[in-house]
Design a protein. Structure first.
Length: 251
């Protein structure tokens, strides 16, 4: 049974992906930031008659990443077959209103966290001459939108980093691909509404745009989960997979 690690598996797309892959008979290790969230994930899987193992991980903490990979290696035969870098955050706000700490956090989770985890599992995949790195990018990694500047910047950088990686590992047996969902109905999307500073002079326009997005009824996270599954089941994955509203066929 192939092992797939899904980071940020306690919510939204990560949780849907972990459950979907477990249902497809992958050995799934989902990462959680806290023991209580890990327990909830295991319980949600068990309710469906599925098994999802959990490992604690905060991708912003290099030590936590190292410890998690040691634990993952012990749970598997020397390392996972695939890593789905799903954990992400999306600070919202006008350019001059986003605190530097929030900007740094976006880069830490969405870019450096992905790089840390990828860097830790890649040597094992190279040695075994097989493996998959699946990056949860976004439509925001291709097109920038207002009031999400640091999110879009982090995902644009993730696209570039992954394109470089793909060239470096060509012929190694390891494949890297990008998933580029449009708006998806998860806690991240609702948090985007709740977090926008109400006293910002841009609040009215932002809220109106967000409500419009909500009125489109964006698809649920299962749509993205199915796309991740498609990327993992493909003998040779495409470079990028697009899904959800606004998606255009990838070249
Ligand atoms: P959610 O907020 O629902 O889930 C995010 C997950 O990431 C949670 O499990 C969260 O853990 C985890 N996480 C956050 N910070 C860290 C950290 N420092 N270390 C480890 N895990 C962390 O978001 P979505 O499901 O919507 O997003 C998942 C991915 O999909 C993200 O990369 C996002 O950018 C991308 N995406 C989302 C879209 C959308 O419209 N929803 C559209 C396009 C892409 P915890 O539960 O502890 O907070």
């Amino acid at each position: 049974m192939k092992t797939v690690v899904v980071t940020g598996a306690t919510s939204g797309i990560g949780k849907a992906t972990a459950l979907d892959l477990a249902a497809c008979r992958f050995h799934v290790i989902g990462t959680a930031r806290t023991p209580d969230k890990a327990e909830k994930l295991t319980a949600a899987a068990a309710e469906l008659g599925l098994t999802v193992h959990t490992v604690l991980l905060d991708v912003t903490d290099p030590r936590s990443c190292q410890d998690a990979v040691v634990e993952i290696d012990a749970l598997t035969d020397g390392g996972p077959w695939a890593l789905v870098n799903n954990a992400g955050i999306a600070p919202v706000g006008a350019f001059e209103d986003v605190a530097e700490a929030d900007a740094r956090a976006a880069l830490e989770v969405n870019l450096l966290g992905v790089a840390r985890m990828t860097g830790l599992v890649l040597p094992g995949m190279r040695r075994r001459r097989e493996g998959r790195i699946v990056q949860l990018s976004s439509l925001g990694g291709l097109v920038s939108v207002p009031f999400n500047g640091w999110y879009c910047a982090s995902k644009h950088a993730l696209e570039a980093l992954t394109d470089s990686l793909r060239m470096e590992i060509a012929g190694s047996g390891v494949h890297a691909c990008l998933i580029e969902p449009g708006f998806t109905d998860t806690p991240m999307l609702s948090k985007g509404l709740a977090d926008f500073p109400a006293d910002s002079r841009y609040a009215h326009g932002y809220m109106a745009a967000r409500r419009l997005i909500a009125s489109w009824s964006p698809p649920g996270p299962e749509t993205v989960a199915r796309t991740v599954r498609r990327a993992l089941l493909a003998p040779k994955p495409r470079r990028r997979y697009r899904c959800g509203p606004g998606a255009v066929p990838a070249p």
